[in-house]
Ligand binder design. Sequence first.
Ligand code: NAD
Length: 383
Amino acid sequence: MKVGVPKETWAGETRVALIPASAAALKKSGVDVVVERSAGEAAGFTDAAFEQAGATVAGRADVFAAADIVLQVRAIPADLGALRPGQVVIGFADPLGAPDDVRVLASRGVTAFSMELMPRITRAQSMDALSSMATIAGYKGVLLAADRLPRMFPMMMTAAGTLAAAKVFVVGAGVAGLQAIATSRRLGAKVEAYDVRPAVKEQVQSLGARFVEMDLETQNAEDKGGYAKAQDESFYRRQREMMLRVVAATDVVITTALIPGKKAPTLVTQEMVEAMAPGSVVVDLAAERGGNCALTKPDEVVVHNGVAIIGPSNPPALVPYHASQMYSKNITTFLSHLLGKDGAKKPSLELDLSDEITRETLLAKDGDVVHSRVRELLGAAAR
Ligand code: NAD
């Protein structure tokens, strides 16, 4: 069994799907690893480190030709033609956002798995790459804000007077939001947060932040997977009305609100930005999904009335060493799950579709899109 790790080709992508430590672990369990030359360079992992870990370093075409299983951060390579029928591909494929790409992947005859569709069950926690990447995004988002803000985060009592702590408002207190709260608190900011899911109130408070109560009906805000459900436009309008007051009084807004497979809700309006003091900062961590702020432009810093709106479309790529380390752990744990007890001794993957993790992540097999939600989306598009 041979695992191939191509260099990522997505613009601005600095992560690598597998790091040397994981390559060594795979090698120990009898799985050979072939890595494209300089695949880990942008993340700080040298070809020499991969070779020391027992991997082979090769050219791109050789990696695709040799690999039984291709591990990637972005599962749809620019050179799709390099994939061959029966080959296994594992990575982020944005199946709910770009289902047509999954159809293209399926047309290559590969067996494709999506890391995004990992079920949120205890057994799969160590394979949950979305949570890993959200942790990184929440941390980095705060640093981007702190770097831009013309103030310091902590309260300081100095001989030159008392400096007030920065006020941070985090919108969306899922994995990224909770990490943004924790990071802001570590830097000494005063933090407030809001989420449509009332269940997170205690988690917000346990991190030392204030949960902003909004008089909104949120009984039906969470699906059985723990994700937020989409609300209707009248809900979002009322939410924006309530948020205006909080945003106007804050130095930094960090938004992380997402609905799986949907465009991010617009929660921070131009009016709110105009109500903020000059020098304030909005970091929109939902930029890749259209953004939570009406003024966000992906990968640009928009300055409006003196307020900076920062919309990084790929925050984990700004922390590539640890993002790759976490992703590598997630993907190799998933790979071990697929290979089962026999591990490398298995000549090919015999997929156990009665297993929830395997079934829920499998996108395409034998030329067909097999995932029910992706098929529904494709069917809806065809109608
Ligand atoms: P996400 O990235 O899809 O969304 C981010 C946050 O935005 C969520 O907390 C969501 O409720 C919030 N949001 C959506 N619309 C909003 C709005 N209009 N206003 C304010 N907030 C809004 O979600 P996520 O962070 O990946 O995960 C959400 C939850 O899933 C976690 O907090 C956790 O409870 C659960 N989870 C469980 C596991 C597990 O059991 N293995 C793993 C990860 C996460």
